[in-house]
Design a protein around this ligand. Structure first.
Ligand code: HAM
Length: 425
């Protein structure tokens, strides 16, 4: 027999048993971002490759080795989006959403990176992202970080730590980069292969290295905060004051540099030690230069993205109670008359109780097998209709979860009785 076709490595199916957790997560996140007045923007999965090269940066891991890039039938180079910020900026510029106005936007959906798959790292993964345009003060940085903190609170997550840093303006970052390169060159023999390569292309990323043999060398390196310009220092102090005032705990991590080139001033990550190596559940920061770099007017911007697979894994690690959406009622239909009548009866019930989740037995089956299906559906109540009930205008209501007496009801009164037993809204 031919081998069953498999999904592409690192790209996961979300099975029926898992989808209610996803819906719960997405609904909760949507409620929180709407509570802050953010509007949804929906963006294509494919963009011109050039967009990502220019915005994320030519010498980043994403652009150098992780993009799904191909030529389409016209010979245009296209890329499956590895993240949402670049597309969001492109769309805002294309549709004139940044002219003399601020924007508070969110988006959700799959992103694609050809990374080495492991727990918490996939080739298709899902993000919910926030992007705010046109606001240059630390107040918007704080608002967006408050929002992320509120999301953890709403989900009942406690094991998350906020790390923040400032990368300064491009000019101050350049000064720092020069000092760092001078230092690292003087210690080249202590650098691993990856860092030697980065020394040429992206030396700040060396600070991110997890290689234990290089930690002492990195500890002793010049520190980014010592090179900050006054404007960035003031901005960062403003953000810290707002976080303090709101009682949001944070760690300043001077080595937090992020892996995408577009950031300036504030960067932040929410991390957890519950997920092993892939412990960052949310990351973002300020990217004041990107709109102008892509050909627009100078426009301050700030945003983040949450990795939904990781967030879900964290919820599960903490045994969070994730509500599951089962049918409320399963309709057992026994006999030809019952099937004929019951299908219409079910439609009437759905019209009377719009919040009701009602699953009708289709495909006949003995009482026993229908009750098995009813039980497996997770429904709390079975309604049973045989040809006798049809003739009498009745239906039998039976609890599937409690040892209570079954009730024979007139079909007209069933909706009211269901409403008494369960909250269908
Ligand atoms: P990022 O740090 O590349 O930032 O990704 C944000 C989050 O997406 C990560 O913290 C992680 O939770 C999740 N993530 C990234 N790669 C994977 C993967 N291969 N598998 C599973 N989860 C993953 C950005 O994407 C920026 N666009 C964030 C941003 C928005 N900055 C400003 N605005």
């Amino acid at each position: 027999m031919a081998k069953t076709l498999q999904a592409v490595r690192g790209m996961n199916d979300i099975l029926p048993g898992e989808s209610s957790s996803w819906q719960y997560l997405e609904d909760t996140l949507r409620e929180v971002v709407h509570a802050y007045g953010y509007q949804e923007i929906r963006l294509p999965l494919l963009e011109k490759t050039e967009l990502f090269k220019r915005s994320i940066g030519e010498v980043t891991d994403i652009v150098e080795k992780e993009m799904y890039t191909f030529d389409d039938r016209n010979g245009d180079s296209l890329t499956l989006r590895p993240e949402g910020t670049a597309s969001c900026v492109r769309a805002c510029m294309q549709h004139g959403l940044l002219h003399n106005q601020v924007q508070r936007l969110w988006y959700a959906g799959p992103m694609f990176r050809h990374e080495r798959p492991q727990k918490g790292r996939y080739r298709q993964f899902h993000q919910i992202g926030i992007e705010a345009f046109g606001m240059d003060g630390p107040d918007i940085d704080a608002e967006i970080i408050f929002m992320s903190a509120r999301i953890w609170e709403r989900l009942g997550l406690r094991d998350t730590v906020l790390q923040i840093n400032s990368l300064g303006t491009p000019a101050s970052r350049e000064d720092y980069r020069a000092a760092l390169v001078t230092y690292l060159r003087a210690h080249e023999s202590g650098l691993d292969e990856d860092s030697l390569r980065r020394l040429q292309s992206n030396p700040l990323r060396i600070l991110d290295s997890k290689n234990p043999d290089m930690q002492a060398l990195i500890e002793a390196a010049p520190q980014l905060p010592d090179y900050l310009d006054d404007e960035s220092r003031l901005h960062f102090a403003g953000l810290c004051a707002l976080l303090d005032a709101a009682g949001i705990a944070y760690e300043v991590n001077p080595r937090l540099v992020r892996g995408l080139d577009y950031y300036s001033k504030t960067v932040f990550e929410w991390v957890t030690d519950q997920l092993g190596a892939q412990g960052t559940i949310c990351a973002g920061g300020r990217y004041d230069g990107l709109v102008e770099y892509l050909g627009g007017k100078p426009t301050p911007a700030f945003g983040f993205a949450i990795g939904l697979e990781r967030l879900l894994a964290l919820l599960e690690a903490g045994n969070a109670k994730i509500p599951v959406s089962h049918p409320h009622v399963y309709l057992v239909l026994n006999g030809q008359q019952a099937v004929q009548h019951g299908m219409v009866f079910a439609e009437q019930l759905r019209s009377t109780l719009p919040g009701l989740r009602l699953q009708t037995n289709c495909g006949n089956g003995s009482f026993k097998s229908q009750f098995k299906r009813a039980d497996r559906s997770g429904a709390g109540i079975a309604l049973v209709m045989g040809d006798d009930e049809v003739a009498a205008g009745n239906v039998v209501l039976k609890s599937l979860r409690h040892e209570t007496e079954q009730e024979t009801l007139s079909q007209q009164h069933v909706a009211a009785r269901i409403n008494e037993i369960i909250d269908v809204n």
